[in-house]
Design a protein around this ligand. Sequence first.
Ligand code: FDA
Length: 389
Amino acid sequence: MEFDTVIIGAGAAGMMCAAHAGGRVLVVDHAKAAGEKIRISGGGRCNFTNMYCGPDNFLSDNPHFAKSALARYTQWDFIALVDAHGIAWHEKTLGQLFCDTSAKEIVAMLRTLMDDAGVELRLNTSVSGIQKSNNHFTINLQHTDKQTKIKATNLIIATGGKSIPKMGATGFAYDVARQFDIPVTDTRAGLVPFTFEGGRFADISGTATPSKVTAGGTTFEEALLFTHRGLSGPAVLQASSYWHEGEAITLNLIPANDLLEKLRSQRQTSGRKNFTTELAHHLPSRLVDHLAGAFDLSGNLADWSDARLTELTDTLAAWQITPAGTEGYRTAEVTLGGIDTNALSSKTMMSKDVDGLYFIGEAVDVTGWLGGYNFQWAWSSGMAAARAL
Ligand code: FDA
């Protein structure tokens, strides 16, 4: 059987590309359903893009690589598509757009677009080999115990990264790259909770607080969540993408930066009250109890000199701790690193050396922040390839 384009991976990038590719298109996926990560994303409501999306919201060895694709298919283009399909949405926070009803609507929209374009979709199908001859690829497919060979002029790898192996994530894209001598940058888990030795925060598991979290010189101001295994919440997930093993992170637990002034003025009126009771007006009381185990918070507020208050607030604004690690690919939302962007055209996502071979979506060394950026990269890179076919 011959196709103009075969796309491996029916996720966000693969479906977007298939819907817009034109010609005879086959999409192959080893999962039993298409778009599974879309379906579960955003707590089932899919944070499908971000109003403020721009190249600065992405990590890559080459920070310029994503610019072209993001500019040629923007968040506004995807919002227009969603609107055209009657999907209602809302901004939750920080420009993050979610479906009002269900992420399934995004999957259904992409399936409709694929059906309208006459795309063939084969699920429960894996790829057991790829060969390239002068002007086409031969792809060996396996469905149950049946093997078939197909030919395609263009081969698009859209199999994502390694995050959440339980959902069918594999390193397939990196294997294909290696087969064709295409370099792959080091991969690691991103947007992932930190773990600490000995259940360090287990006593306050479930407590959330506003924070600024800094890793690798980049700071995010959002909520922080203490967990049985360590730290999570949006600020932590964001910072995790900038963290490298062994490095310390900095927690600012008083991001409003007015705690010193507030405690000093409380000292005038409530000096006889226990210090921890007064501190609990500004931080969750379970967190104050935990901090009392780590720092000396004894005495009444009146016992606290300006110098002692300053020392504590400085510490709470820049608390350095070193995670033991992260929860890894088991829970990571994304994979950092991937197909080396130096090997791809930023306009088309095609390999510079292997004619007709494309890599799109999370497989590529372009990783977005938390907040709809990763789907926007999937849509934009998928469209970049589709337009080039
Ligand atoms: P994606 O992973 O979507 O698709 C890859 C496809 O390839 C899958 O269908 C898989 O089955 C298939 N495949 C893999 N290996 C294969 C093989 N060997 N053979 C055949 N098929 C194979 N992002 C965002 O912007 N907003 C959000 O709300 C969220 N929420 C979110 C929640 C959770 C729990 C996770 C894990 C991730 C998110 N993300 C997110 C990230 C987002 O889901 C991710 O960046 C995109 O799905 C990437 O799209 P791709 O199409 O590149 O890969």
